[in-house]
Design a protein around this ligand. Structure first.
Ligand SMILES: Nc1nc2c(ncn2[C@@H]2O[C@H](COP(=O)(O)OP(=O)(O)O)[C@@H](O)[C@H]2O)c(=O)[nH]1
Ligand SMILES: [Mg+2]
Length: 280
């Protein structure tokens, strides 16, 4: 996975700025589980007022109540925003329709000027693992781009026709995430946007246990058959016993279990960035 050094960020910024000149609209992908933490810190500076459509990705994994609060918040800020589940509930036409609506004035101006050579042009941007390649594949209706649980490789630029009216740049812009605050780092690591080594699995597991206890106690109780009146060390011991982890390092094994079950979506629909806390 990409390690973001200042030089990499400067290069990514330059490349995206160059490509922005040739697009009419940007699809800004955010992870619905971390709508605050998955925002690039310089996105508004980068876009300079370029029309954008915010796509809250992976809504199938996020808490629907929180997703609604976040969506309404973006809408209050005058952003066009759609909830996207790229895997099982994908609505391609809605994305096309919203893009054309956002650009309706431009399309009409071009038509009046007799310019009707091409469709409007869109580009996808977002942090690693947010679903850029998956979205391209779904919009294009064929397996054109490599989809991996890692950022994609850069290839020659090409326009893909989505409909006669909308074209998509085939290579998405990979944005760097925020680094300024510890909690953001933890949320990015839990959802797989940054590499694990940046925060230890002990700290991630401990955070996740406390987080679930506070916000999703029922998910925790149901999955591990726990009584939440007990302390964390007692809960950890109980999980370890149930799973047969009774060696000396069972705490680490339980934390790793929590992490892997969270990442494999076995703990239910969970939003890490709480709207009421993260809103600025
Ligand atoms: N559950 C779920 N998984 C998704 C969604 N979109 C993408 N993914 C998964 O997220 C991972 C990263 O997706 P990818 O498109 O490679 O992200 P990229 O790094 O931004 O190009 C893959 O395992 C995808 O299957 C979605 O809407 N829902
Ligand atoms: Mg990719």
């Amino acid at each position: 996975m990409i390690q973001w050094f200042p030089g990499h960020m400067a290069k990514a910024k330059r490349e995206i700025e160059e490509r922005l000149r040739i697009v009419d609209i940007v699809f800004e992908l955010l992870d619905a589980r971390i709508p605050y933490s998955s925002q690039n810190p310089l996105i508004n500076e980068l876009l300079q007022g370029k029309p954008k459509l915010v796509l809250l990705m992976k809504t199938d994994l996020a808490d629907p109540k929180e997703t609604k609060l976040w969506r309404e918040n973006f809408q209050r800020e005058d952003h066009q925003v759609l909830e996207v589940d790229a895997l099982s509930g994908f609505n391609r036409n809605l994305i096309i329709k919203s893009s054309l609506e956002i650009l309706a004035d431009k399309i009409e101006r071009d038509r009046k000027r007799g310019l009707k050579a091409r469709g409007v042009r869109a580009m996808i941007v977002g942090i690693p693992n947010v679903g850029k390649s998956t979205l391209i594949n779904r919009l294009v209706k064929r397996k054109a781009t490599r989809v991996a649980n890692k950022p994609g490789v850069t290839r020659a630029q090409q326009w893909i026709s989505i409909t006669g009216e909308l074209e998509l740049l085939d290579t998405p812009g990979v944005l760097w995430p925020k680094f300024e605050d510890h909690k953001v780092g933890i949320h990015l690591a839990l959802t797989g946007a940054i590499r694990d080594e940046i925060v230890s699995s002990h700290d991630l597991g401990e955070y996740l246990l406390n987080f679930l206890r506070s916000y999703y106690p029922d998910n925790l109780k149901e999955r591990y058959n726990l009584d939440l009146k007990f302390s964390n060390p007692e809960l950890i011991e109980k999980i370890a016993q149930d799973r047969g982890f009774m060696q000396s390092d069972y705490e680490e094994r339980v934390y790793n279990l929590l992490l892997s079950e969270f990442r494999n979506n076995l703990l239910g629909r969970i939003t890490l960035d709480r709207f009421n806390q993260e809103e600025e």
